[in-house]
Design a protein around this ligand. Structure first.
Ligand SMILES: [Fe+2]
Length: 155
């Protein structure tokens, strides 16, 4: 979706894509913070990686708030979306690198299957909520690929 945003020309299309990027990322961040991160901390006692990930989420969410409260008319709109993309790329790399959060989670005694189910359940719940709120902005047939390149994973 970030790629589509970059190549989009019209303000309508840009604001539609930005809204979808933001809501998908918000859902993803929320389920991790509510379910995965606390379980990770409890199982590994690894405050360093855990806190860093939390702070990265906070930074991304601040940017998401700003993107959602402005629009393509704002001077810094595109810059915000592009910095958000860089932040997410960095964050995902940190989570997925060897010795990173996911690797450590896999070698811990965390019940990843159960967590995966909880994450999925909560994700569907939150997506239902945000779809209701976002109806105006999403004409039928436009929901294709929502979250497709958001690296949605069940951990
Ligand atoms: Fe994360």
């Amino acid at each position: 979706m970030f790629g589509e945003f970059e190549s989009a020309r019209s303000h309508d299309r840009k604001s539609d894509l930005a809204a979808r990027i933001c809501s998908a990322l918000r859902v993803h961040a929320t389920i991790e913070e509510e379910i995965f991160y606390p379980a990770y901390l409890e199982a590994t006692q690894d405050t360093e990686i855990h806190h860093e990930a939390e702070i990265e989420h906070q930074g991304a969410k601040r940017l998401i708030d700003e993107i959602e409260s402005t629009g393509p008319d704002d001077d810094h709109f595109e810059a915000r979306v592009s910095v958000l993309q860089e932040m997410i790329r960095h964050h995902v790399k940190e989570e997925e690198r060897s010795g990173g959060m996911f690797a450590k989670a896999r070698s811990s005694d965390m019940d990843l299957r159960a967590l995966g189910r909880q994450l999925e359940e909560r994700k569907l719940e939150l997506k239902g909520e945000s779809d209701e709120g976002g109806m105006q902005r999403m004409p039928p047939g436009r929901s294709r690929g929502a979250g497709r390149d958001m690296r949605m994973r069940s951990h």
